[in-house]
Design a protein around this ligand. Sequence first.
Ligand code: C5P
Length: 223
Amino acid sequence: MPYDPHAPIVTIDGPGGSGKGTLSSLVATKLGWHLLDSGALYRIVAVSAQAQVIDLNDESPLVAMISDLQIAFTGDKVDVNGNNLSDIIRTEETGAAASKVAALPGVRDAILSLQKSFQCAPGLVADGRDMGTVVFPHSKAKIFLDASAEARADRRYKQLKNKGLSVNLRDLLEQIQERDARDRGRAVAPLKPAADALIIDSTQMTIEEVLETIMAEVARGYR
Ligand code: C5P
């Protein structure tokens, strides 16, 4: 798919467990637009670094490694240099490791042009932490999706339970709070709403209500 600087973009940023992933995929399906799951890129960097025994805080070998990564997304499937990483990138441990590499400016810079290249016709739904603030600041429909840490921990708990994994709610809440603090407190591209973002607190909302609110914002921005 060719890069199109005029393709419309809706950015959906927010903390882990806010429902961003689910909502981004629903919005992309509804609009028939492409989807960029930018968190997956940081997760891929973390898993690849662990496989190559590169320290997650060691910026220059990480940046060198990124230029050798051949990443292919096919629906939910993620292949990196011919290896299927679809499952391993989705674990809580990988999420925590991703938030470590994501704090390094060189790593963020190294995947910036790859993220921008996802802007293709007929449009793009970009899911992440800095889609509206850094990667696509010219987007005319920016969403910041939030929810209380307790509600997010509870949702994650149910998701993981459904997958048959044994999890502890209190541990999940602690992990979420730790990852939030790192993502919000970092010096580069911290998690925060863009000045022109619509902030949606989904704590008390159903998925359908959030979807409707996002679709209205897209219609407002790109009518
Ligand atoms: O969204 P997801 O949980 O997959 O993201 C994993 C981690 O990647 C986040 O905790 C965050 O540190 C980082 N990330 C980021 N910027 C993005 C997307 C994800 O820093 N645009």
